[in-house]
Design a protein around this ligand. Structure first.
Ligand SMILES: Cc1ncc(COP(=O)(O)O)c(C=O)c1O
Length: 414
C-alpha cells in the first residue's frame, strides 16, 4: 500500500477513536523506530508504557517464535505449562496470592472490581459499626445489600470499559456513555481527610494508581499510601493498586507499591508485562484468591501460551540485563538533565516522576512541543494538555537521553 492509500484507508475503514500523528512505523529495535520512509525516531514513549524493554527485545521474540512453532492457543479449560510458569513468576516477584489472566489493563481492572464486589457481597458492617464476615448465601445478602462502593481518585485512569470508566471518574471520558455503572466515588488524590469522609458502610475497596499516568504524572505521597493501607486494614476494605502503567520496573522497582513498603490486596498489570503483546493480569493476595470461582469470571484469550512466553521473556531480560538498576540510574540522569532544562526555560513549571516515568508540566499547551519534537525525530506524549510525558525504555542509555533532551531543548527553544 502506498502512503496516501494507508491514510485514506484509515479514514474510510477504521473508527476515528484516536487522535493520530501522521507517522507510519514499520520497524523497531530498542529505543529506535523507523517510519515507512526510513526516517529514524528516538522513542521516549514506547507504546504508551508497553515498551519497557524497547521494541522487539530478543528475549521476547525468542519465546514467541519458539511457542508459535509449537502451539499458539490453548483454551482456559485446559492446562498449559507456560501459564503455570508465568503465574509462579508473578507471585514470586510480588506477593503470595493467585493470578487471573486477561488481555488488557481495563479487563484486569474489571476483574479486580468484580472480585471486590463479590468480596463485598459476603462482608458487611455489623450493627455496632464493626465489620463482620457474613456469607451472602447464608444471610441472604445480595450484592446490592452488601458492600460494593469503590473509592477512586480525581484524575485517575483505569481504562475504557464501562466499569473501568466509572472507576476513572473523569467526566471527559464518560460524556455520552451514561449511565455508567453505579458504585464509584471519586475523591481528591493525596487527600487523607477526603478519603476518611468518603468511607461508608457500603465501601468495599479503595482503588488507585500510585503514580497517576494519564492524570499528569501525579505521585502518591508516602504518608497517603501508608494511611490508605492502614485504613483498609482497619475497615476491612480492599486496597486495589492499578499498576497497569507503573508495573514491571517503570518506577525503579518491579512494582511501584514496593517503593512504599506496603502490599496491596489486589494488583492489576498489563502494558509492559507482555513486551509488546496484549496481556492483563489481576493478582489477589492469598486469602482472596478463591473468590472468583468457576463460572463467575473468564476470558477466552487470557494468558494464552504465546503471550505467556513473551511475558516470561520480559522477566528473563529484566533479570539478566539488570534493567531495574539501569532504570534507577537513568532515571536520576534524566531528572538531572530535565532539571537543567527547567532552569533554562521558564516555560517549564514543574518536573514530577519516579524511576523513568516523568511528567514535565509546562505553562503552555504541550501539543506544539510534542509536534516540534517528532519533526526532529523524538517521540514523546502530552497528557492533561500541559504535561509532557517521558517514559523511555528502561534499558535506555545515557547517549539516548542526551540526544532526546537535546531535541526537547530545540523544541522548547522553537
Ligand atoms: C493506569 C492504567 N490503568 C488502566 C489502563 C487501561 O489499559 P488498557 O488500555 O490496556 O485497557 C491504562 C491505560 O493507559 C492505564 O494507564
Amino acid at each position: 500500500m502506498k502512503i496516501e492509500e494507508i491514510f485514506q484507508t484509515y479514514k474510510e475503514c477504521i473508527m476515528p477513536t484516536y487522535n493520530k500523528v501522521p507517522l507510519i512505523f514499520v520497524k523497531g529495535k530498542g529505543s529506535r523506530l523507523w517510519d515507512i520512509n526510513g526516517k529514524l525516531y528516538l522513542d521516549f514513549f514506547p507504546g504508551w508504557g508497553v515498551g519497557s524493554l524497547g521494541h522487539c527485545h530478543p528475549k521476547v521474540m525468542q519465546g514467541v517464535r519458539d511457542q508459535i512453532s509449537k502451539l499458539i492457543f490453548v483454551p482456559n479449560n485446559y492446562y498449559h505449562p507456560f501459564q503455570a510458569k508465568l503465574a509462579c513468576e508473578l507471585i514470586r516477584l510480588s506477593f503470595p496470592g493467585k493470578v487471573f489472566f486477561a488481555n488488557s489493563g481495563a479487563e484486569a481492572n474489571e476483574a479486580a472490581i468484580k472480585l471486590a464486589r463479590k468480596f463485598g457481597a459476603s462482608t458487611k458492617l455489623s450493627a455496632n459499626g464493626e465489620h463482620g464476615r457474613t456469607i451472602g448465601a447464608l444471610t441472604g445478602l445480595s450484592t446490592s445489600q452488601g458492600r460494593y462502593e469503590i473509592i477512586t481518585f480525581q484524575n485517575a485512569f483505569h481504562g475504557r470499559t464501562l466499569a473501568a470508566l466509572a472507576a476513572t471518574g473523569q467526566k471527559k471520558y464518560q460524556d455520552g456513555f451514561e449511565p455508567v455503572p453505579d458504585g464509584f466515588k471519586q475523591v481528591k488524590f493525596n487527600d487523607l481527610a477526603a478519603v476518611k469522609q468518603a468511607i461508608t458502610d457500603k465501601t468495599v475497596a479503595i482503588m488507585l494508581e500510585l503514580v497517576q499516568g494519564e492524570g499528569g504524572i501525579n505521585v502518591a505521597s508516602r504518608d497517603f499510601v501508608l494511611f490508605l493501607r492502614k485504613i483498609c486494614d482497619e475497615k476491612k476494605l480492599l486496597l486495589i493498586i492499578d499498576e497497569v502503567q507503573t508495573g514491571i520496573g517503570r518506577t525503579g522497582k518491579m512494582f511501584c507499591y514496593q517503593n512504599y513498603g506496603i502490599i496491596p490486596d489486589l494488583m492489576t498489570l498489563a502494558k509492559a508485562l507482555g513486551g509488546g503483546l496484549p496481556i492483563g493480569v489481576l493478582i489477589a493476595k492469598k486469602e482472596l484468591g478463591d473468590i472468583l470461582t468457576p463460572g463467575t469470571h473468564a476470558s477466552t484469550f487470557g494468558g494464552g501460551p504465546v503471550i505467556c512466553r513473551a511475558a516470561l521473556g520480559v522477566f528473563k531480560a529484566m533479570q539478566k540485563e539488570k534493567i531495574l538498576s539501569n532504570c534507577q540510574k537513568m532515571g536520576s540522569y534524566l531528572l538531572e538533565k530535565l532539571t537543567l532544562l527547567k532552569s533554562a526555560y521558564p516555560v517549564i513549571k514543574e518536573i514530577r516522576g519516579l524511576g523513568l516515568m516523568f511528567g514535565v508540566e509546562l505553562n503552555i499547551p504541550g501539543k506544539q512541543i510534542v509536534q516540534a519534537a517528532y519533526t526532529r525525530g523524538l517521540l514523546i506524549n502530552c497528557t492533561q494538555d500541559k504535561v509532557l510525558r517521558l517514559m523511555p525504555a528502561l534499558n535506555v542509555t545515557k547517549k539516548e537521553i542526551d540526544q532526546a533532551v537535546g531535541i526537547l531543548e530545540e523544541a522548547l527553544r522553537q
